[in-house]
Design a binder for this molecule. Structure first.
Ligand code: UD1
Ligand code: MG
Length: 477
Protein backbone atom coordinates (compact mmCIF):
# COMPACT_ATOMS: atom_id res chain seq x y z
CA UNK A 1 0.00 0.00 0.00
CA UNK A 2 1.25 3.46 -0.93
CA UNK A 3 0.04 5.27 2.19
CA UNK A 4 0.41 4.28 5.82
CA UNK A 5 -2.80 2.90 7.27
CA UNK A 6 -4.56 3.63 10.51
CA UNK A 7 -7.60 1.60 11.61
CA UNK A 8 -10.40 2.74 13.91
CA UNK A 9 -12.91 0.16 15.14
CA UNK A 10 -16.12 1.49 16.71
CA UNK A 11 -17.19 -0.73 19.58
CA UNK A 12 -18.71 1.53 22.23
CA UNK A 13 -22.39 1.20 21.30
CA UNK A 14 -24.96 0.02 23.82
CA UNK A 15 -26.27 -2.73 21.59
CA UNK A 16 -29.78 -2.23 22.98
CA UNK A 17 -31.33 -4.44 20.29
CA UNK A 18 -29.48 -7.46 21.73
CA UNK A 19 -31.41 -7.00 25.02
CA UNK A 20 -28.39 -8.13 26.99
CA UNK A 21 -26.25 -7.07 29.92
CA UNK A 22 -23.17 -8.10 27.90
CA UNK A 23 -21.76 -5.43 25.51
CA UNK A 24 -22.84 -6.33 21.98
CA UNK A 25 -19.34 -6.81 20.57
CA UNK A 26 -18.54 -9.27 23.38
CA UNK A 27 -21.23 -11.72 22.28
CA UNK A 28 -19.58 -14.79 20.90
CA UNK A 29 -19.76 -16.62 17.63
CA UNK A 30 -18.23 -20.07 18.03
CA UNK A 31 -16.69 -19.11 21.33
CA UNK A 32 -14.93 -16.06 19.90
CA UNK A 33 -16.19 -12.53 20.65
CA UNK A 34 -17.54 -10.52 17.70
CA UNK A 35 -14.96 -7.76 18.21
CA UNK A 36 -12.09 -10.22 17.92
CA UNK A 37 -13.22 -11.31 14.44
CA UNK A 38 -13.20 -7.67 13.30
CA UNK A 39 -9.81 -6.98 14.90
CA UNK A 40 -8.33 -10.13 13.30
CA UNK A 41 -9.45 -9.05 9.81
CA UNK A 42 -8.08 -5.54 10.35
CA UNK A 43 -4.73 -6.80 11.69
CA UNK A 44 -4.15 -8.71 8.45
CA UNK A 45 -3.81 -5.33 6.71
CA UNK A 46 -0.78 -4.61 8.92
CA UNK A 47 -1.89 -1.09 9.91
CA UNK A 48 0.52 1.32 11.51
CA UNK A 49 -1.87 1.65 14.42
CA UNK A 50 -5.32 0.42 15.42
CA UNK A 51 -7.65 2.24 17.80
CA UNK A 52 -10.68 0.54 19.32
CA UNK A 53 -13.35 2.92 20.60
CA UNK A 54 -14.87 1.44 23.76
CA UNK A 55 -17.36 2.46 26.43
CA UNK A 56 -16.16 3.22 29.98
CA UNK A 57 -17.21 -0.24 31.30
CA UNK A 58 -15.22 -2.16 28.73
CA UNK A 59 -12.88 -4.18 30.89
CA UNK A 60 -14.08 -7.40 29.19
CA UNK A 61 -13.20 -6.06 25.74
CA UNK A 62 -9.76 -4.94 26.87
CA UNK A 63 -9.08 -8.35 28.45
CA UNK A 64 -10.23 -10.17 25.34
CA UNK A 65 -7.93 -8.10 23.13
CA UNK A 66 -4.98 -8.21 25.52
CA UNK A 67 -2.61 -9.99 23.14
CA UNK A 68 -3.06 -7.45 20.31
CA UNK A 69 -1.11 -4.27 19.65
CA UNK A 70 -4.01 -1.79 20.01
CA UNK A 71 -4.88 1.63 21.40
CA UNK A 72 -8.15 2.20 23.19
CA UNK A 73 -10.19 5.41 23.08
CA UNK A 74 -13.00 5.70 25.62
CA UNK A 75 -16.29 7.21 24.44
CA UNK A 76 -17.82 8.47 27.67
CA UNK A 77 -21.44 8.24 26.50
CA UNK A 78 -22.88 6.34 23.52
CA UNK A 79 -23.77 9.42 21.48
CA UNK A 80 -23.61 7.72 18.08
CA UNK A 81 -21.07 6.53 15.53
CA UNK A 82 -20.06 10.13 14.59
CA UNK A 83 -19.20 10.92 18.19
CA UNK A 84 -17.39 7.57 18.51
CA UNK A 85 -15.04 8.36 15.63
CA UNK A 86 -14.49 11.84 17.04
CA UNK A 87 -13.31 10.19 20.28
CA UNK A 88 -10.60 8.39 18.32
CA UNK A 89 -9.63 11.32 16.13
CA UNK A 90 -7.41 12.80 18.86
CA UNK A 91 -5.06 9.83 18.44
CA UNK A 92 -5.02 10.47 14.67
CA UNK A 93 -4.18 14.19 14.84
CA UNK A 94 -0.69 13.86 13.42
CA UNK A 95 -1.41 10.88 11.21
CA UNK A 96 -1.11 11.66 7.51
CA UNK A 97 -2.10 8.34 5.93
CA UNK A 98 -5.46 6.69 5.25
CA UNK A 99 -7.90 5.98 8.07
CA UNK A 100 -10.01 2.85 7.70
CA UNK A 101 -13.11 3.01 9.91
CA UNK A 102 -14.83 -0.27 10.80
CA UNK A 103 -17.93 -1.06 12.82
CA UNK A 104 -16.97 -3.49 15.60
CA UNK A 105 -20.23 -5.38 15.05
CA UNK A 106 -19.35 -6.58 11.53
CA UNK A 107 -17.38 -9.77 12.25
CA UNK A 108 -17.59 -11.55 8.90
CA UNK A 109 -15.74 -8.88 6.93
CA UNK A 110 -12.64 -10.32 5.26
CA UNK A 111 -9.30 -8.60 4.85
CA UNK A 112 -9.60 -9.38 1.11
CA UNK A 113 -12.65 -7.12 0.80
CA UNK A 114 -11.02 -4.43 2.94
CA UNK A 115 -7.95 -4.49 0.66
CA UNK A 116 -10.21 -4.04 -2.38
CA UNK A 117 -11.76 -0.95 -0.78
CA UNK A 118 -8.34 0.52 0.05
CA UNK A 119 -7.12 -0.22 -3.49
CA UNK A 120 -10.09 1.62 -5.06
CA UNK A 121 -9.77 4.48 -2.55
CA UNK A 122 -6.17 4.93 -3.59
CA UNK A 123 -6.70 4.41 -7.32
CA UNK A 124 -9.60 6.88 -7.59
CA UNK A 125 -7.97 9.37 -5.23
CA UNK A 126 -11.14 9.57 -3.14
CA UNK A 127 -11.41 11.73 -0.06
CA UNK A 128 -13.89 9.27 1.37
CA UNK A 129 -14.79 5.81 0.05
CA UNK A 130 -17.74 3.90 1.44
CA UNK A 131 -17.94 0.11 1.30
CA UNK A 132 -21.50 -0.65 0.19
CA UNK A 133 -23.42 -3.79 -0.68
CA UNK A 134 -26.76 -4.91 -2.04
CA UNK A 135 -29.24 -5.91 0.67
CA UNK A 136 -32.32 -7.98 -0.13
CA UNK A 137 -35.36 -8.39 2.11
CA UNK A 138 -36.00 -6.60 5.38
CA UNK A 139 -33.13 -4.76 7.08
CA UNK A 140 -32.23 -1.52 8.85
CA UNK A 141 -29.05 -0.53 6.98
CA UNK A 142 -28.44 3.06 5.88
CA UNK A 143 -29.32 3.66 2.19
CA UNK A 144 -26.75 4.99 -0.29
CA UNK A 145 -28.56 7.83 -2.03
CA UNK A 146 -27.17 8.62 -5.47
CA UNK A 147 -27.95 11.41 -7.91
CA UNK A 148 -27.00 10.77 -11.53
CA UNK A 149 -25.04 7.81 -10.23
CA UNK A 150 -22.92 9.98 -7.89
CA UNK A 151 -23.15 9.44 -4.15
CA UNK A 152 -25.10 12.23 -2.52
CA UNK A 153 -25.65 11.04 1.07
CA UNK A 154 -26.33 8.13 3.36
CA UNK A 155 -29.82 8.11 4.82
CA UNK A 156 -30.49 5.95 7.86
CA UNK A 157 -33.39 3.51 7.72
CA UNK A 158 -35.35 5.41 10.38
CA UNK A 159 -35.05 8.68 8.43
CA UNK A 160 -35.63 7.26 4.93
CA UNK A 161 -38.82 8.09 3.02
CA UNK A 162 -40.75 5.42 1.11
CA UNK A 163 -38.74 5.99 -2.08
CA UNK A 164 -35.38 5.88 -0.29
CA UNK A 165 -36.41 2.69 1.50
CA UNK A 166 -36.60 1.02 -1.92
CA UNK A 167 -32.86 1.60 -2.51
CA UNK A 168 -31.01 -1.71 -2.43
CA UNK A 169 -27.47 -0.33 -2.16
CA UNK A 170 -26.69 0.09 1.55
CA UNK A 171 -23.89 1.15 3.87
CA UNK A 172 -21.64 -1.49 5.50
CA UNK A 173 -20.35 0.98 8.12
CA UNK A 174 -16.84 0.67 6.65
CA UNK A 175 -15.10 3.72 5.22
CA UNK A 176 -11.63 4.74 3.98
CA UNK A 177 -10.87 8.43 4.62
CA UNK A 178 -8.19 10.97 4.03
CA UNK A 179 -7.13 12.87 7.19
CA UNK A 180 -8.85 16.17 6.34
CA UNK A 181 -12.25 14.44 6.13
CA UNK A 182 -12.10 13.80 9.86
CA UNK A 183 -12.39 17.56 10.38
CA UNK A 184 -15.99 17.34 9.10
CA UNK A 185 -16.99 15.43 12.24
CA UNK A 186 -17.32 18.71 14.12
CA UNK A 187 -20.03 19.81 11.67
CA UNK A 188 -22.20 16.70 12.16
CA UNK A 189 -25.49 17.73 13.79
CA UNK A 190 -27.35 15.80 16.44
CA UNK A 191 -30.02 13.55 14.93
CA UNK A 192 -32.97 14.58 17.05
CA UNK A 193 -34.98 11.43 16.38
CA UNK A 194 -32.33 9.12 17.82
CA UNK A 195 -30.38 11.60 19.95
CA UNK A 196 -27.13 10.53 18.24
CA UNK A 197 -24.42 12.00 16.01
CA UNK A 198 -24.43 9.90 12.84
CA UNK A 199 -21.05 9.19 11.24
CA UNK A 200 -22.96 8.62 8.01
CA UNK A 201 -23.73 12.37 7.89
CA UNK A 202 -20.12 13.19 6.97
CA UNK A 203 -20.74 11.64 3.56
CA UNK A 204 -23.38 14.30 2.73
CA UNK A 205 -21.18 17.01 4.29
CA UNK A 206 -18.18 15.88 2.19
CA UNK A 207 -20.27 15.95 -1.00
CA UNK A 208 -21.44 19.50 -0.20
CA UNK A 209 -17.84 20.59 0.30
CA UNK A 210 -16.99 19.24 -3.17
CA UNK A 211 -14.80 16.39 -1.86
CA UNK A 212 -14.39 13.21 -3.90
CA UNK A 213 -16.86 10.70 -2.47
CA UNK A 214 -17.47 7.21 -3.83
CA UNK A 215 -19.28 4.09 -2.69
CA UNK A 216 -18.15 0.67 -3.94
CA UNK A 217 -20.34 -2.41 -3.96
CA UNK A 218 -17.94 -5.07 -2.71
CA UNK A 219 -18.44 -8.43 -1.03
CA UNK A 220 -21.85 -9.90 -0.35
CA UNK A 221 -24.67 -9.30 2.10
CA UNK A 222 -23.62 -12.11 4.44
CA UNK A 223 -20.04 -10.89 4.74
CA UNK A 224 -21.31 -7.41 5.61
CA UNK A 225 -23.80 -8.59 8.24
CA UNK A 226 -23.90 -6.08 11.08
CA UNK A 227 -24.82 -7.86 14.31
CA UNK A 228 -27.62 -5.85 15.89
CA UNK A 229 -29.98 -8.57 17.09
CA UNK A 230 -29.85 -12.16 18.40
CA UNK A 231 -31.16 -13.23 15.01
CA UNK A 232 -28.16 -11.60 13.28
CA UNK A 233 -25.88 -13.36 15.77
CA UNK A 234 -27.40 -16.74 15.03
CA UNK A 235 -27.20 -16.19 11.25
CA UNK A 236 -23.54 -15.16 11.46
CA UNK A 237 -22.79 -18.31 13.49
CA UNK A 238 -24.42 -20.52 10.87
CA UNK A 239 -22.52 -18.77 8.10
CA UNK A 240 -19.19 -19.35 9.87
CA UNK A 241 -20.15 -22.97 10.52
CA UNK A 242 -20.85 -23.54 6.81
CA UNK A 243 -17.51 -21.99 5.85
CA UNK A 244 -15.57 -24.07 8.40
CA UNK A 245 -17.33 -27.30 7.46
CA UNK A 246 -16.87 -26.82 3.72
CA UNK A 247 -13.15 -26.09 4.25
CA UNK A 248 -12.84 -29.34 6.25
CA UNK A 249 -14.74 -31.35 3.65
CA UNK A 250 -12.38 -29.95 1.04
CA UNK A 251 -9.51 -31.37 3.13
CA UNK A 252 -11.05 -34.86 3.32
CA UNK A 253 -13.22 -34.82 6.45
CA UNK A 254 -16.68 -36.49 6.20
CA UNK A 255 -19.82 -35.22 7.89
CA UNK A 256 -22.96 -37.36 8.27
CA UNK A 257 -25.04 -34.20 8.75
CA UNK A 258 -23.03 -31.03 8.22
CA UNK A 259 -25.97 -28.84 9.25
CA UNK A 260 -25.98 -30.17 12.80
CA UNK A 261 -22.32 -29.83 13.83
CA UNK A 262 -20.49 -26.90 15.47
CA UNK A 263 -16.79 -26.67 14.73
CA UNK A 264 -14.65 -23.83 15.99
CA UNK A 265 -12.76 -22.06 13.18
CA UNK A 266 -9.44 -22.69 14.95
CA UNK A 267 -9.99 -26.45 15.27
CA UNK A 268 -7.97 -28.72 12.96
CA UNK A 269 -9.27 -32.04 11.68
CA UNK A 270 -7.32 -34.35 9.37
CA UNK A 271 -8.47 -36.44 6.40
CA UNK A 272 -10.63 -39.56 6.64
CA UNK A 273 -12.11 -38.56 9.95
CA UNK A 274 -15.89 -39.04 10.08
CA UNK A 275 -18.02 -36.72 12.16
CA UNK A 276 -21.53 -37.90 13.10
CA UNK A 277 -24.47 -35.51 13.74
CA UNK A 278 -24.58 -33.01 16.57
CA UNK A 279 -20.88 -33.11 17.38
CA UNK A 280 -19.32 -29.97 18.91
CA UNK A 281 -15.60 -29.38 18.42
CA UNK A 282 -14.52 -26.34 20.39
CA UNK A 283 -11.45 -24.16 20.86
CA UNK A 284 -8.08 -25.18 19.52
CA UNK A 285 -8.88 -28.88 19.27
CA UNK A 286 -6.76 -30.98 16.91
CA UNK A 287 -8.16 -34.28 15.60
CA UNK A 288 -5.93 -36.64 13.62
CA UNK A 289 -6.53 -38.93 10.64
CA UNK A 290 -9.12 -41.68 10.38
CA UNK A 291 -11.00 -40.92 13.59
CA UNK A 292 -14.72 -41.50 14.10
CA UNK A 293 -16.62 -39.12 16.34
CA UNK A 294 -20.08 -40.51 17.10
CA UNK A 295 -23.17 -38.33 17.80
CA UNK A 296 -23.67 -35.81 20.60
CA UNK A 297 -20.02 -35.61 21.67
CA UNK A 298 -18.26 -32.39 22.71
CA UNK A 299 -14.50 -32.00 22.47
CA UNK A 300 -12.91 -28.81 23.80
CA UNK A 301 -9.26 -27.67 23.49
CA UNK A 302 -8.01 -31.24 23.17
CA UNK A 303 -5.60 -33.26 21.07
CA UNK A 304 -7.02 -36.40 19.53
CA UNK A 305 -4.55 -38.69 17.74
CA UNK A 306 -5.06 -40.89 14.66
CA UNK A 307 -7.67 -43.65 14.32
CA UNK A 308 -9.34 -42.76 17.61
CA UNK A 309 -12.99 -43.68 18.14
CA UNK A 310 -15.09 -41.36 20.30
CA UNK A 311 -18.39 -43.08 20.95
CA UNK A 312 -21.74 -41.39 21.53
CA UNK A 313 -22.36 -38.62 24.08
CA UNK A 314 -18.78 -38.23 25.27
CA UNK A 315 -17.26 -35.02 26.67
CA UNK A 316 -13.51 -34.40 26.38
CA UNK A 317 -12.01 -31.21 27.85
CA UNK A 318 -8.42 -29.95 27.65
CA UNK A 319 -6.99 -33.46 27.36
CA UNK A 320 -5.06 -35.74 25.01
CA UNK A 321 -6.33 -38.96 23.50
CA UNK A 322 -3.61 -40.96 21.76
CA UNK A 323 -3.70 -43.09 18.60
CA UNK A 324 -6.20 -45.95 18.33
CA UNK A 325 -7.78 -45.28 21.72
CA UNK A 326 -11.55 -45.72 22.17
CA UNK A 327 -13.51 -43.42 24.45
CA UNK A 328 -17.20 -43.61 25.36
CA UNK A 329 -20.11 -43.97 25.08
CA UNK A 330 -21.06 -41.55 27.89
CA UNK A 331 -17.49 -40.94 29.06
CA UNK A 332 -16.23 -37.70 30.58
CA UNK A 333 -12.55 -36.89 30.16
CA UNK A 334 -11.87 -33.86 32.33
CA UNK A 335 -9.02 -31.36 31.99
CA UNK A 336 -5.42 -32.48 32.29
CA UNK A 337 -5.93 -36.11 31.26
CA UNK A 338 -3.95 -38.20 28.82
CA UNK A 339 -5.55 -41.34 27.42
CA UNK A 340 -2.85 -43.68 26.12
CA UNK A 341 -2.57 -45.35 22.73
CA UNK A 342 -4.89 -48.33 22.08
CA UNK A 343 -6.48 -47.87 25.50
CA UNK A 344 -10.19 -48.05 26.25
CA UNK A 345 -12.27 -45.76 28.40
CA UNK A 346 -15.79 -47.06 28.25
CA UNK A 347 -19.36 -46.56 29.40
CA UNK A 348 -19.97 -43.97 32.13
CA UNK A 349 -16.30 -43.57 33.05
CA UNK A 350 -15.03 -40.24 34.38
CA UNK A 351 -11.33 -39.45 34.18
CA UNK A 352 -9.86 -36.33 35.78
CA UNK A 353 -6.26 -35.08 35.60
CA UNK A 354 -4.96 -38.60 35.11
CA UNK A 355 -2.64 -40.49 32.81
CA UNK A 356 -3.92 -43.74 31.37
CA UNK A 357 -1.18 -45.93 29.86
CA UNK A 358 -1.03 -47.80 26.59
CA UNK A 359 -3.52 -50.65 26.19
CA UNK A 360 -5.15 -50.01 29.57
CA UNK A 361 -8.88 -50.60 29.92
CA UNK A 362 -11.45 -48.92 32.16
CA UNK A 363 -14.56 -50.15 30.45
CA UNK A 364 -17.43 -49.43 32.81
CA UNK A 365 -18.70 -47.05 35.51
CA UNK A 366 -15.42 -45.84 37.07
CA UNK A 367 -14.00 -42.64 38.52
CA UNK A 368 -10.28 -42.14 37.99
CA UNK A 369 -8.99 -38.86 39.45
CA UNK A 370 -5.42 -37.60 40.06
CA UNK A 371 -4.10 -41.00 39.04
CA UNK A 372 -1.18 -42.35 37.08
CA UNK A 373 -2.12 -45.65 35.57
CA UNK A 374 0.47 -47.71 33.70
CA UNK A 375 0.30 -49.90 30.59
CA UNK A 376 -2.00 -52.87 30.10
CA UNK A 377 -3.88 -52.33 33.35
CA UNK A 378 -7.42 -53.64 33.75
CA UNK A 379 -9.67 -51.40 35.81
CA UNK A 380 -12.75 -53.42 36.76
CA UNK A 381 -16.30 -52.05 36.58
CA UNK A 382 -17.16 -49.57 39.29
CA UNK A 383 -13.59 -48.93 40.46
CA UNK A 384 -13.09 -45.61 42.23
CA UNK A 385 -9.87 -43.80 43.03
CA UNK A 386 -10.77 -41.94 46.22
CA UNK A 387 -8.60 -38.88 45.69
CA UNK A 388 -10.17 -36.38 48.09
CA UNK A 389 -10.07 -36.51 51.88
CA UNK A 390 -12.34 -33.50 52.28
CA UNK A 391 -9.40 -31.13 52.35
CA UNK A 392 -6.70 -32.22 49.93
CA UNK A 393 -6.40 -34.19 46.72
CA UNK A 394 -4.06 -37.21 46.68
CA UNK A 395 -2.47 -39.26 43.96
CA UNK A 396 -3.05 -42.90 43.05
CA UNK A 397 -0.35 -44.82 41.18
CA UNK A 398 -1.25 -48.09 39.50
CA UNK A 399 1.74 -49.64 37.79
CA UNK A 400 1.88 -51.68 34.56
CA UNK A 401 -0.04 -54.96 34.19
CA UNK A 402 -2.13 -54.53 37.34
CA UNK A 403 -5.59 -56.12 37.49
CA UNK A 404 -8.10 -54.24 39.62
CA UNK A 405 -11.22 -56.28 40.36
CA UNK A 406 -14.66 -54.69 40.06
CA UNK A 407 -16.13 -52.35 42.65
CA UNK A 408 -12.81 -51.60 44.36
CA UNK A 409 -11.96 -48.34 46.09
CA UNK A 410 -8.34 -47.25 45.95
CA UNK A 411 -7.81 -44.69 48.73
CA UNK A 412 -5.08 -42.23 47.79
CA UNK A 413 -2.25 -41.60 48.39
CA UNK A 414 -1.50 -45.18 47.46
CA UNK A 415 0.46 -47.27 44.97
CA UNK A 416 -0.44 -50.62 43.47
CA UNK A 417 2.81 -52.29 42.35
CA UNK A 418 3.54 -53.76 38.93
CA UNK A 419 1.64 -56.90 38.03
CA UNK A 420 -0.38 -56.98 41.29
CA UNK A 421 -4.03 -58.02 41.62
CA UNK A 422 -6.71 -56.28 43.65
CA UNK A 423 -9.57 -58.57 44.59
CA UNK A 424 -13.04 -57.37 43.58
CA UNK A 425 -14.80 -55.26 46.20
CA UNK A 426 -11.60 -54.34 48.04
CA UNK A 427 -10.85 -51.10 49.80
CA UNK A 428 -7.15 -50.46 49.30
CA UNK A 429 -5.57 -48.15 51.86
CA UNK A 430 -1.95 -49.41 51.86
CA UNK A 431 0.61 -49.76 49.09
CA UNK A 432 0.28 -53.11 47.31
CA UNK A 433 3.60 -54.87 46.61
CA UNK A 434 4.28 -55.88 43.00
CA UNK A 435 2.93 -59.25 41.83
CA UNK A 436 0.85 -59.75 45.02
CA UNK A 437 -2.90 -60.09 45.56
CA UNK A 438 -4.54 -57.50 47.77
CA UNK A 439 -7.96 -58.38 49.19
CA UNK A 440 -9.54 -56.30 51.91
CA UNK A 441 -13.17 -57.43 51.97
CA UNK A 442 -14.41 -59.64 54.83
CA UNK A 443 -14.17 -63.35 54.22
CA UNK A 444 -17.31 -65.08 52.98
CA UNK A 445 -19.09 -67.34 55.52
CA UNK A 446 -22.21 -69.51 55.27
CA UNK A 447 -24.96 -69.77 57.92
CA UNK A 448 -26.53 -73.15 57.38
CA UNK A 449 -30.35 -73.29 56.93
CA UNK A 450 -30.61 -69.50 57.47
CA UNK A 451 -33.07 -69.13 54.58
CA UNK A 452 -35.24 -71.97 55.80
CA UNK A 453 -35.46 -70.45 59.28
CA UNK A 454 -36.31 -67.08 57.79
CA UNK A 455 -39.18 -68.56 55.81
CA UNK A 456 -40.61 -70.23 58.94
CA UNK A 457 -40.31 -66.98 60.88
CA UNK A 458 -42.23 -65.10 58.20
CA UNK A 459 -44.93 -67.75 58.10
CA UNK A 460 -45.46 -67.54 61.89
CA UNK A 461 -45.66 -63.78 61.75
CA UNK A 462 -48.27 -63.95 59.00
CA UNK A 463 -50.49 -66.32 60.99
CA UNK A 464 -50.27 -64.02 64.07
CA UNK A 465 -51.44 -61.06 61.96
CA UNK A 466 -54.34 -63.11 60.62
CA UNK A 467 -55.43 -63.95 64.16
CA UNK A 468 -55.42 -60.28 65.17
CA UNK A 469 -57.61 -59.43 62.17
CA UNK A 470 -60.14 -62.18 62.96
CA UNK A 471 -60.11 -61.34 66.71
CA UNK A 472 -58.81 -64.79 67.66
CA UNK A 473 -55.86 -63.58 69.71
CA UNK A 474 -55.02 -64.46 73.31
CA UNK A 475 -56.17 -60.97 74.43
CA UNK A 476 -59.55 -61.42 72.76
CA UNK A 477 -60.13 -64.61 74.76
C1 UD1 B 1 -24.63 1.62 11.25
C2 UD1 B 1 -24.73 2.74 10.19
C3 UD1 B 1 -25.58 2.23 9.04
C4 UD1 B 1 -25.00 0.96 8.47
C5 UD1 B 1 -24.80 -0.08 9.55
C6 UD1 B 1 -24.02 -1.24 9.01
C7 UD1 B 1 -24.63 4.85 11.44
C8 UD1 B 1 -25.39 5.99 11.95
N1 UD1 B 1 -25.33 3.91 10.79
O1 UD1 B 1 -25.93 1.41 11.75
O2 UD1 B 1 -25.65 3.22 8.02
O3 UD1 B 1 -25.84 0.46 7.44
O4 UD1 B 1 -24.07 0.46 10.66
O5 UD1 B 1 -23.95 -2.30 9.91
O6 UD1 B 1 -23.42 4.82 11.57
N2 UD1 B 1 -20.96 2.60 18.27
C9 UD1 B 1 -20.10 3.31 19.11
N3 UD1 B 1 -20.61 4.36 19.82
C10 UD1 B 1 -21.89 4.77 19.71
C11 UD1 B 1 -22.76 4.05 18.84
C12 UD1 B 1 -22.25 2.98 18.13
O7 UD1 B 1 -18.92 2.96 19.23
O8 UD1 B 1 -22.25 5.72 20.38
C13 UD1 B 1 -20.43 1.42 17.56
C14 UD1 B 1 -21.20 0.15 17.89
O9 UD1 B 1 -20.60 -0.53 18.99
C15 UD1 B 1 -21.11 -0.64 16.60
C16 UD1 B 1 -20.94 0.41 15.53
O10 UD1 B 1 -20.59 1.61 16.17
O11 UD1 B 1 -20.01 -1.53 16.59
C17 UD1 B 1 -22.25 0.62 14.73
O12 UD1 B 1 -23.27 1.02 15.62
P1 UD1 B 1 -24.76 0.44 15.49
O13 UD1 B 1 -25.56 1.05 16.55
O14 UD1 B 1 -24.74 -1.01 15.37
O15 UD1 B 1 -25.18 1.09 14.10
P2 UD1 B 1 -26.24 0.53 13.07
O16 UD1 B 1 -27.60 0.91 13.51
O17 UD1 B 1 -25.99 -0.89 12.81
MG1 MG C 1 -24.84 -2.31 13.74
Amino acid sequence: MKHPLSVVILAAGLGTRMKSSTPKVMHKIYGKPIIQYTVDSAQKLKPENTTVVVSPDSIGIKNTLEGYRLNFAVQKKSKGTGDALKTASGALKNFRGITLVLNGDTPLITSKTLKKLLGLHDKNRDDISVLSFIAEGEHSYGRIVREKNKVKAIIEDKDADAEQKEIKEVNSGIYAMKPHVLNLLKDVQLNKGKGEYYLTDIVGLAVKKGHRVNAYILGNETEMTGINTREDLSKAGLYIRDMVVSGLMHNGVSFMDASSVFIHPEAKIEADTIIYPNVHIEGKTVIGKGCTIYPNSRITDSNIGNNVVIKDSTVIECSTVKDKAAVGPFAHIRPGSSIGPSSKVGNFVEIKKSVIGEGTKASHLSYIGDAEIGRHVNIGAGTITCNYDGKNKHKTVIEDDVFVGSDSQIIAPVKVGKGAYVGAGSTITKNVPPLSLAVSRTEQRHIEKWALKKRLRVKNEESEIKKIKTGKTKCAE
